[in-house]
Design a protein around this ligand. Sequence first.
Ligand code: NOJ
Length: 539
Amino acid sequence: MEEERRWRWWQRAVIYHIYPRSFADSNHDGIGDLEGIRRRLDYLVWLGVDAIWLSPIFPSPMADFGYDISDYCDVDPTFGTLADLDRLIADAHARGIRVILDFVPNHTSDQHPWFQESRSSRDNPRRHWYIWADPAPNGGPPNNWRSVFGGSAWEFDPTTGQYYLHTFLKEQPDLNWRNPEVRAAMFDVLRFWFERGVDGFRIDALRFLIKDEQLRDNPPNPDYTPDQLPFNEAIPAYSADQYELHEVLAAMRHVTEAFGERVLIGEMYIPISRLVTYYGCRHERELHFPFNFQLLLIPWTARHLAATIDTYEGLLGPDDWPNWVLSNHDHPRVATRIGEDQARVAAMLLLTLRGTPTIYYGDELGLADVPVPPERRQDPLERTLGPGAGRDPCRTPMPWEPGPHAGFSTVEPWLPLNADYPSRNVAVQREDPRSMLRLYRELLILRRAEPALAIGRYRPLGVTAELLAYERAAAGRRLAIVLNLSGHAQEFRPTRFALEGRILLSTHLDRDGESVRGTLELRPSEGCIVALRDGVATP
Ligand code: NOJ
């Protein structure tokens, strides 16, 4: 019982990531909205997720589709009103679903009144809310920092003759988190939403929050190859992952703790060995978890997966809780990266590893990236990084049914639907007992029923070039998860223990209850969860 009580909701939870423009349109403008999400809550209950994270829904000129915020404490009319959000939160809570919002602290919109004031004169009281610097002696930018979205990270502002820093678009000026007034104002933003019942935040672009005080040049990256973003030509040694960030996060955690069990999740693309430092130390906690994006980034082979899982597990401290992500709104979808068959294996992996999983909307249908013709492209990266660099293909509308506009909207959606939506949609897959959607649902049901999966210990059971096997265990119950990463049939025959038990679930959804003795035969791209018989000793 004691052990039971230690677990927080966000440790047991499965998070479902919604890109609000693309989930469900209730007001017939072709763009998803909060009321659309509210009307689909019963689907999320049926699916079996515990929390939703909404990409930004705040007032924004939409230069970066909501990641450029002009008012942190309101809702953009595209998505609805504050009252709509209150209703969504209340209805989600009534169904046992928590609501996580997106906090974008690194930058505001250039239309935010704070920036408008800041840029108005050098002695404006809000001047130092942003990062301003004199031109270099040659009149160029103050240092060599690059924007993640291409070009210099500095924009010259003729009104006051200085440059301002923007780690992303020039319409997204960076706030100055060295300024205590900025910290106070942004912590008030957190309090505003916590008081409204929000259960937590995903925090955007967190590694960039604090920059080197002297704005020193970044050193060149010896590992840079031309297939990478130009941003990677330098190592962001002075513009990201600065030690003072720990102090900011500890303060943010204190603000959060005052509201009880809320969660802070950080978006940070940094190596795992650095990532784990952002849990904080034993006495000064920071994030509840920094997003672990390894599954998005590593080659999809059994050995890479095994090494990644074991390294991560090995680096976590006793108080640090793991988490896993397969797709998000910034990267090609998992079905595009590894194919639909392996995407089923990936679903089993995501939902059986130790730690909080985040599912990206549409992945539960096996949705792939949708080619978007040039005239319909929306993402600013098409402009700043060049044609094809945009993230539109992984942000397309959720297909709900075979009818017009896939039930997403009554009008043409803001981005095209997947061409196969007449067959790949929620309504059709709900009725198909072998569909990807039913696989996700079965995995979520199992995860809820089996403490071994939700909170149990993790132990590797073996890896070959094609197979990955591990054990999850809690309260005497032990499950073996065996995944075939290849397109050929494989045999799992452990030599260090006697495999004996019963299949609980196959990714093919047709083997429940089958008994296993000694050898587990797996079909191409098949994964199985096997409940091990009591008394079977694993190594
Ligand atoms: C990361 C977000 O996920 C991405 O969509 C956004 O463009 C940048 N941060 C800038 O806010």
